[in-house]
Design a protein around this ligand. Structure first.
Ligand code: CA
Length: 750
């Protein structure tokens, strides 16, 4: 029978050979050519998109490959096929591969840029999307929600890709478990570069979410490994796990404002991850909720976050919690983690009347806690007897609340070749993260052919351009011609501005010599900051006395609504006066859904304004949005302002953001807020501001300060101010009972 076997194997070989000979690459140059190629495609084939820009291309890649012979859709040259305009990609079927496409200069008209499904009944399985780029592919309506990548089906892989610059509402990447066909999915998400995600200023800015609360008791078995999360600052959750049995392994979180949160679902494994906060604001680590979670061999360094955004938090929950609330922590194993200069380790976080069940049957052992100062970084909010603490080592600090299971030692640390600080000496060999831990390098993730760019252009990083006062419309023309990062340097003289100055790039405008340049707005608005715009004004005088004689003039405004790129505004050594031709002449009026990353006014003088100075109060629909992340006002003089100096509003009950922040220091404020049109009856009106420091200012003959605390844990200090003929501070706690948490210390009232 030997001959039969021989002939049979030759036959099979011949068949598979002929199968391979039939497999072909089909180069297509148009959307219609793609569609006809797709009709003829057989296992082993590749459809190759010709290099160039493909506009308004909704790619439907529906086919059936086999494990041995998948069907591929790829770029002729990786990175040279640009998908732009209103475009997206849906793939459905089995054994499909998509490779080398770049999505930019557009946005998806549907819910997803890349979806692993055609519709709810036709999903992708056993398929792979690799080496794709999605960059700044944003719906210009920031409230219009979409996902950049949504995984459905089972056994799919998304790898070596680049996702950066998402600015509209919606998770960057989501694993969906909405039907049985997408549960126990065993997806793989690896070697991706999750680049900068700017602060969204509301909920819905997570970078990666696995599951939703509805299906959270279902296991997902998704593996998330060797990814790099670079400044994923969208909101408080960088990764939100909302399903069971996922593995989150060997990822790096670089200066990410937020945490890896085990929000819903049980039995997840978090190991070998490295967090480098570098002391940046609101950098967080890992937050543990629910049952059977294992957190081991992670390395966390330089994290400043607190509360739910802490470097490490184990939350209180509720026994038999409703599915969308907080499950009690049961059987958590937290071991061999290293915490270095992590400002907050919180146990029983969120303890309140509802979240009244502390962790049980859990252990925390062989962890290393090292701080340069002897500070006690632990905060304990409930009875922690449900956690067995053993063999944990604290450097040079006794934690008052945690004596059992913690030894205080003086440890010498040394940074190893992988960039991690490790304790010296054999005594610590089995304490903290393993010496073999190797954080994935930024260069090892994403497509190798795509450069990882800095997302933000700094002021004054470009050319210096001279502007002459004697030439008609010289400033207008210089702004139009400038490139982002440039600085316009104005020669001495008076600049009458006859046209709206539209700022859609990063620009700085300054006088060559302080006190020699006067800008005279001639229109109802001087500057409009648009998407991509940021503005720095230095050494100027802006005089409103030649403004049109109409009510409601504005010196600086943003787009009136729907701005989706956040901006910066800096005003320094600048004098603004005579915004008083008619009533309600405002200095800055932010449009709804505009978000300033930072507004800074320093060493400036503002005098004679009939309206408000800073109107950051357009988000009155109470959805948790606000108009400025950080506002800094320092060493400046504000006099004769009829409206409010500041109106800042952040409403609603959402807790997924950190801002707004206000620093108001060393200013002189006189005759402010007393005009009859100032409905707020306040000089500073703060509603829902999360962080406030008002210190070392003088208020003379002004309206009072009004503070309304809402949700979160608002942190407000009013220190060392002098109030002369100013009504008393008004504080309301709108969401918590009991005394106000405002710290009011060392102020002088006369
Ligand atoms: Ca969220």
């Amino acid at each position: 029978m030997q001959w039969f076997g021989k002939i049979f194997s030759v036959l099979v070989l011949g068949l598979s050979l002929s199968g391979q000979l039939l497999a072909k690459d089909v180069l297509v140059e148009s959307q219609s050519a793609f569609k006809s190629a797709l009709k003829k495609v057989v296992p082993g084939d590749a459809i190759v998109l010709k290099n160039g820009v493909w506009s308004d291309f909704e790619i439907g890649f529906f086919a059936e490959g086999t494990a041995q012979q998948p069907i591929t859709l790829r770029a002729e040259t990786p990175g040279k096929v640009i998908i732009s305009g209103r475009s997206n990609l849906r793939l459905a079927g089995n054994y499909l591969i998509v490779e080398g496409l770049v999505f930019k200069n557009g946005y998806t008209p549907t819910e997803e840029v890349i979806a692993f499904k055609r519709n709810d009944s036709h999903l992708a399985n056993n398929s792979r999307v690799t080496q794709v780029v999605i960059e700044n592919f944003n719906n210009p309506d920031r409230d219009s929600s979409d996902y950049w990548v949504a995984l459905y089906g089972k056994h799919n892989r998304f790898d070596h890709s680049y996702l950066a610059g998402k600015r509209n509402l919606g998770v960057t990447m989501a694993v969906r478990l909405d039907s049985a066909d997408s549960q126990q999915n065993h997806h793989q998400i690896d070697h991706n570069y999750f680049g900068h995600r700017p602060i969204l200023g509301s909920n819905g800015g997570e970078t990666l979410r696995v599951g939703t609360s509805t299906y959270s008791l279902t296991d997902s078995h998704t593996v998330i490994e060797n990814n790099y999360f670079d400044r994923c600052d969208g909101e408080v959750e960088v990764i939100s796990i909302k399903s069971g049995k996922n593995v989150i392994r060997n990822n790096v979180f670089f200066e990410a404002r937020g945490t890896l949160t085990l929000r819903h679902g049980n039995g997840n494994l978090v190991e070998g991850n490295v967090f480098f906060g570098n002391g940046a604001a609101h950098t967080g680590g890992i937050r543990v909720i629910n049952r059977d979670q294992i957190v081991r061999n992670n390395y966390l360094e330089g994290l400043t976050g607190t509360r739910f955004g802490s470097g490490f938090a184990v939350m209180n929950g509720t026994v038999n919690a409703p599915i969308n609330r907080y499950g009690q922590v049961v059987n958590a194993q937290i071991e061999n983690n290293t915490f270095i200069n992590v400002d907050n380790i919180q146990l029983g976080a969120g303890s309140d009347a509802e979240r009244n069940a502390p962790p049980v049957n859990s252990r925390m052992q062989k962890n290393l806690v090292f701080n340069d100062t002897a500070a006690d970084v632990f905060k304990i909010f409930d009875d922690m007897s449900g956690i067995a603490f053993a063999e944990n080592v604290l450097h040079n600090a006794d934690s008052a609340s945690l004596k059992q299971g913690f030894g205080s030692k003086k440890i010498t640390m040394k940074r190893n070749a992988a960039g991690l600080l490790m304790p010296q000496g054999d005594a610590y060999k089995n304490i903290g993260a393993a010496a073999s831990l190797q954080p994935i390098k930024k260069s090892a993730v994403g497509p190798q052919w795509y450069e990882k760019k800095a997302d933000r252009v700094e002021f004054d990083s470009g050319k210096v351009i001279a502007v002459d006062a004697g030439v008609e419309d010289s400033l207008f023309s210089a702004i139009a011609a400038a490139e982002t990062g440039d600085q316009l340097v104005l020669a001495p003289g008076r600049y009458k501005i006859a046209k709206l100055l539209e700022i859609n790039k990063v620009l700085s405008i300054r006088a060559k010599k302080s006190g020699t340049v006067v800008i005279l707005p001639g229109r109802t608005t001087l500057f409009e900051i648009q998407n991509g715009g940021s503005l720095k004004l230095s050494n100027l005088t802006i005089d409103g006395s030649e403004s049109p004689d109409s009510a409601g003039n504005i010196l600086i405004r943003t787009l009136k609504s729907g701005m989706y790129v956040s901006y910066r505004l800096l005003v320094e050594n600048t004098k603004v006066e005579n915004l008083n031709i008619n009533h309600s002449h405002h200095f800055l009026n932010a449009g709804s859904r505009s978000l300033a990353e930072e507004i800074r006014i320093q060493n400036s003088e503002i005098n004679k304004i009939t309206g408000d100075l800073l109107k950051l109060d357009k988000e009155i629909d109470d959805l948790g949005n606000y108009n400025a992340e950080t506002l800094i006002v320092d060493k400046s003089r504000f006099t004769n302002i009829e409206g409010a100096l500041l109106s800042m509003y952040r409403g609603g009950t959402d807790e997924s953001t950190f801002g707004p922040h206000l620093l108001f220091t060393q200013n002189h404020v006189e005759k402010v807020g007393q005009g009859s049109r100032n409905k707020l009856q306040a000089s500073l009106y703060l509603h829902g501001v999360q962080y406030t420091r008002i210190g070392n200012n003088q208020f003379v003959g002004t309206a009072g300060i009004v503070i309304e605390h809402t949700v979160g844990d608002p942190d407000t200090e009013i220190n060392a101010n002098r109030f002369s003929k100013v009504p008393a501070l008004k504080v309301s706690e709108l969401h918590t009972k009991g005394d106000s948490t405002v710290k009011y210390v060392g102020n002088r009232e006369e």
